[in-house]
Write a protein that binds this ligand. Structure first.
Ligand code: NAG
Ligand code: NAG
Length: 474
C-alpha cells in the first residue's frame, strides 16, 4: 500500500502545481499518496469550516449565502432532478474587480498584505476546538496576543518548540522559520535537540510515541502530529503520557493541518460567472487514476458497478487504461480536456479524511469530482460550495450514473458546478506560524484524556456508507 502510494507520489510530482513542492516539510519522510505536508506544515494548505467571517463576526452571521442546487450535502434524496441555481445577487460577474485586489486580502492569500496588529483579533473568535466561532485556521492565522507590557524587561522570551522526531532539511532551527514566513507572531524558535526538552515550551511528536519518560516540565504542551488516517496509524492504546494538543487533518484538532485549505476572498461571495464552458469539447465521461486496488472501503467495486451504467476509464494497475507516471502533467491535461467527471475516491472512509485526490486532482483541474471517503458534512465544510458530487447522496451506483447522464446532457447544469472558481484560494496554512501564535495564547490549558479514543473511537471511520445519522463526535 505504501509502496503503491509512493509511486503515485511521483506522478503528482510531475504536475505543474509545483508551487507546492516549495514547502517540503519535516514530516514528509514517511511516504503517502502525496506529501500533503509539503504544503501544510511549513506553511501551505487545508480543511475547515467556511463559516468564518473575515470581517470578524464571531458566529459567521454574514450576508446570506446562496443555496446550491443539488447540494451534495443533502443526504436524503438524490439530487436527480435538481433545478439549476439561477445566478442571483451573490454571483459576481467574471470581471468583477472586488475580489481581485490582492493587497486588500489577508496576508495568507497570495499577494495579500493585510497583517493583524497586536490584539487586533477579538479573542472571542475561536482558536481552540472547545470554542465556537468561525474557521479556526483563519482565526489562528490572524491571532496576535495583546501587546506585551512595554515596561517589562527583559522582553518576552522566545517560545521554544522541540521537534522530538526531527524534521526535513528545509526547516531551519532557531527563529528563522517564523521570520522567513512573515508570521504575525514570530517569537518562537525551533530545535531538534532532545537535550533541550527541559526548557521547551512545546514538544511536537510525529505519528507515534517513544519517550521521553519521567519528569515533564510543568505547563509544557505535548503535541501529537498525525499524518495518516486512523486506518494507517499506530495504536495509542497503551501510550501513557497525556498529550495536550493534536495536529491532524481533523477539523477538531487543535492545530488543524489539512491536505489543502480553501478560503473565500469574501465569505459572502461563493459564486462567480465563468467565462468558459467547462463542458465544451469533452467527449468522455468518467476517469479515475488509481493504483491501490484493495482499499478497505471497496471503492474499486463501486467504480466497477458504476461502469455498468456509464463509461468509466480506469487508469493504472486496477484498470485497463495507461497514462505513465512520467507523463503526469499530460494525464491531468487529458483529464481536464476530455473528461466530464473524476472519481476522487479516498482509500478509507474516515471523518475529515479528504486528500489531494479531491483538492488537487479534482478541484484544481477542469473536471467535476465525484467523492467517496469522508462524511458528506466534512466535504461540505472543506470544499468550495457546489463543487463536487458525493456518492452517499445516491442510493446506488446506478442512480449516480443516471444523475451523471443528466449533467452530461445539460451543459448549463454541468457548468453550475464550476461557479466557485475564482472566488477564493487554496491557501498556505502556515502550520508553524499558527503553532507559534497558539503558544502565545497564555493561560490556555488542556489535556486530551484518551488520544486513542479521540483518534479512532466509534464513528471516526466506517467501512462502507456513512450512516444517515451519526452522533456527534465528542
Ligand atoms: C450571532 O451573533 C449575533 C450578534 O452577536 C447574535 O445576534 C446572533 O444571535 C448570533 N447567532 C448565533 C447563531 O449565535
Ligand atoms: C499538558 O498536560 C499536562 C498533563 O495534564 C499538564 O500538566 C500541562 O499543564 C498541560 N499543558 C498545557 C499547555 O496545557
Amino acid at each position: 500500500m505504501r509502496r503503491l502510494s509512493a509511486r503515485r507520489g511521483l506522478l503528482y510530482a510531475g504536475l505543474a502545481v509545483c508551487a507546492m513542492l516549495f514547502f517540503i516539510n519535516f514530516l514528509s519522510f514517511q511516504q503517502r499518496d502525496q506529501p500533503p505536508w509539503a504544503v501544510s506544515l511549513t506553511g501551505a494548505s487545508a480543511v475547515a469550516p467556511r463559516s468564518r467571517s473575515l470581517s470578524g463576526s464571531r458566529n459567521g452571521t454574514g450576508p446570506p449565502v446562496p443555496r446550491p442546487v443539488a447540494s451534495a450535502g443533502s443526504a436524503a434524496a438524490a439530487p436527480r432532478a435538481a433545478p439549476l441555481r439561477e445566478p442571483g445577487s451573490n454571483v459576481v460577474s467574471a470581471d468583477d474587480g472586488t475580489l481581485l485586489v490582492p493587497e486588500d486580502r489577508h496576508w495568507f492569500f497570495s499577494g495579500g498584505r493585510r497583517k493583524p496588529g497586536p490584539g487586533s483579533l477579538p479573542r472571542e473568535l475561536a482558536l481552540w476546538p472547545e470554542e465556537d466561532g468561525g474557521d479556526r485556521i483563519v482565526n489562528q492565522l490572524l491571532y496576535r496576543p495583546p501587546p506585551a507590557d512595554s515596561s517589562s524587561w527583559p522582553p518576552r522570551k522566545l517560545k521554544k518548540i522541540l521537534l522530538y522526531d526531527g524534521f526535513g532539511a528545509r526547516l531551519k532551527t532557531g527563529q528563522e522559520e517564523f521570520v522567513r514566513n512573515g508570521c504575525p507572531v514570530n517569537t518562537c524558535e525551533l530545535t531538534t535537540s532532545r537535550s533541550q526538552i527541559d526548557t521547551a515550551d512545546a514538544v511536537l511528536f510525529k505519528d507515534r510515541f517513544h519517550g521521553p519518560h519521567g519528569q515533564r516540565r510543568p505547563g509544557q504542551a505535548w503535541i501529537m502530529y498525525l499524518l495518516e488516517c486512523p486506518m494507517h496509524t499506530v495504536s495509542f492504546k497503551h501510550v501513557q503520557p497525556l498529550f495536550n494538543w493534536t495536529a491532524t487533518y481533523r477539523h477538531d484538532s487543535d492545530i488543524v493541518a489539512p491536505y489543502e485549505k480553501w478560503v473565500y476572498y469574501d465569505d459572502s461571495v461563493h459564486f462567480r460567472k465563468q467565462e468558459i464552458n467547462y463542458a465544451a469539447k469533452k467527449t468522455k465521461k468518467v476517469a479515475w487514476f488509481v493504483s491501490n486496488c484493495g482499499a478497505i472501503n471497496k471503492r474499486l467495486q463501486y467504480a466497477k458497478e458504476l461502469a455498468k451504467y456509464i463509461e468509466v476509464d480506469i487508469y493504472g494497475s486496477c484498470g485497463t487504461k495507461k497514462c505513465p507516471r512520467s507523463m503526469g502533467k499530460k494525464c491531468f491535461e487529458k483529464l481536464s480536456n476530455e473528461y466530464k467527471f473524476y472519481l476522487a475516491f479516498e482509500n478509507s472512509n474516515c471523518r475529515d479524511y479528504i486528500t489531494e485526490k479531491f483538492f488537487v486532482n479534482g478541484l484544481q483541474h477542469n473536471v467535476l469530482p465525484i467523492v467517496m471517503g469522508a462524511h458528506p458534512d466534512d466535504y461540505k465544510r472543506a470544499a468550495p460550495e457546489h463543487s463536487y458530487i458525493h456518492v452517499d447522496d445516491f442510493k446506488s451506483p446506478q442512480e449516480l450514473a443516471d444523475f451523471l447522464h443528466a449533467l452530461d446532457r445539460d451543459d448549463h447544469l454541468y457548468n453550475s458546478y464550476f461557479q466557485w472558481k475564482g472566488t477564493g484560494e487554496f491557501i498556505n496554512t502556515y502550520f508553524f506560524c499558527r503553532l507559534c501564535a497558539m503558544l502565545h495564547d497564555e493561560g490556555h490549558q488542556k489535556t486530551i484524556p484518551d488520544l486513542n479514543e479521540w483518534w479512532r473511537g466509534a464513528g471516526t471511520c466506517v467501512t462502507g456508507k456513512w450512516p444517515r445519522y451519526t452522533p456527534e463526535r465528542t
